[in-house]
Design a protein around this ligand. Sequence first.
Ligand SMILES: Cc1cc2nc3c(=O)[nH]c(=O)nc-3n(C[C@H](O)[C@H](O)[C@H](O)COP(=O)(O)OP(=O)(O)OC[C@H]3O[C@@H](n4cnc5c(N)ncnc54)[C@H](O)[C@@H]3O)c2cc1C
Length: 384
Amino acid sequence: MPDNAPLIILGTGLAGYNLAKEFRKLDGQRELILITADDGRFYSKPLLSNGFAKGKQADELAMQDAVTMAAQLDARIITHSQVTHINAQQRTLQTSSGAYDYGDLVLACGAHPRLLPLAEEMHEHVLSINNLADYARFRQRLEGRERVAIIGAGLIGSEFANDLALGGLEVQVIAPDAQLMAGLVPAQVAAPVQRALEDLGVRFHLGRSVASVRPSGSVLDLVLDDGSQVEVDQVLSAIGLLANTALASDAGVLCGRGVHVDRMLRTSDPHIYALGDCADVMGLQLMYVMPLMTSARALARTLTGQPTEVTYPAMPVMVKTPVCPLVVSPPVSTTSGLWTVSGEGQNIRAVFHDAEGTLHGYALSGTAVSEKLQLNRQLPAWLA
Ligand SMILES: Cc1cc2nc3c(=O)[nH]c(=O)nc-3n(C[C@H](O)[C@H](O)[C@H](O)COP(=O)(O)OP(=O)(O)OC[C@H]3O[C@@H](n4cnc5c(N)ncnc54)[C@H](O)[C@@H]3O)c2cc1C
C-alpha cells in the first residue's frame, strides 16, 4: 500500500472529528475518509447529561450533519457503516458497505456501556445514554412519563440525576457504593452533592444493587438486593463504559482495557493509531474531552510528518451538578497519598498530597470551586 493511500478515521465522535479538523489544518491534500456506524452528526457528547432540563431534543443537540462536515473537512464521510474487520497486513477494512484500503488508520471508535449483571431478557428495559440516538430513544420512551430510576452514582449518574430532576422528573438513584462518585472524590465532598440533589427531590438507595427489572403493565418493577421494590416508568443505567477494543484485538493489535498506544498514539501496528475513549495511552484511560483534544493536535502533527509525542497537563473536570458546583482533578499522576478535607456546608475543599507534600489532585465544591485556577498551577502533568 503506498504511504499516500487514504488516511481513514474510524469514528465520528469528538475524537474522530477533532482529529480530522486538526489534520486538515496541516494537510489539505491527502485523501481523508471517516467511517461511522451512526449518522455522522457532529455533537458535543457532554450535552447529553444536561440537555433534558433545557428541554433539548436530540436533533437540537446536533450541531452539523455529515454532509456539512464532509464539505468542511474536504473528506468522504461514510455513515451507517459498521466496520467488521481490519486486515492489518493488507491495510484494508471490511465494512457493512464494502471494503476500503488505507495508508494509515486511526481508531476513534469510543467505548460502549457496561451491562448490568441481569438476566438477558431484562436488558431491553434498561437504557444507557452514550450517543445522540440513545438520548433520542430515552426521551421518546419518557414521553408523558415521570419516574426514572438511575442505576449508578458515578459522575455520569450524578449528572443525569441533577439534569432529570431539574427537568421535573421523579428520580431515584440506586448504587452499590456508600457515596456518590466513589473512587473519584472523598465522602465529605460527595455528601453536599447528595444533599443538594435530595433537596431537589432525588431519592437515593445507596449500598444497594438491582436484582431484577420486570415490566408490570405500563410500569417497571425493580427488586433490589435487600428485597425492597421500586416502581418506575424508565430505567437508566450509568455504570461505566468499556473501550471498544474487539476490532483492534482481532486484527492482532495489542489491547488491554483499551487499545494500547505509545506517546505517538501509535498502536503495536505501525500504520494503526488510536485516540479518545477507545485508547489506553501509556496506561492512562482518560474518557474525557480535554485529553482527546490534546491527543488530536499531537496525532495530526505525527500523521503529517512531524512525529509528536502527546503530553497531558492535569485536566480538571467540571462535574455538571449545578445544584452543588463541583470541580475535580483526580490524582492521576500518583495513587499513593492522602486527602485532606476542610470547609463546611456545600463549600468543601479536598486536596490530595503525596508523602513529600506535592499536590496531585483536588475536589472542590460550592464556593471552594473558585480555588481551581490557583491549585491548577501546582498540579504536576499527567503525562509530562
Ligand atoms: C453522558 C456523558 C456526559 C459526558 N460529559 C463529559 C463532560 O462534561 N466533560 C468531559 O470531559 N467528558 C464528558 N464525557 C466523556 C466524553 O464525552 C467522551 O470522552 C468523548 O465524547 C468520547 O469521544 P470518542 O470520539 O472517543 O467516542 P464516541 O463519541 O463514542 O465515538 C465513537 C465513534 O465510533 C463509531 N464506531 C464505533 N465502533 C464502530 C464500528 N465497528 N464501525 C463503525 N463505526 C464505529 C461510532 O459510531 C462513533 O462515531 C461524557 C460522556 C457521557 C456519556
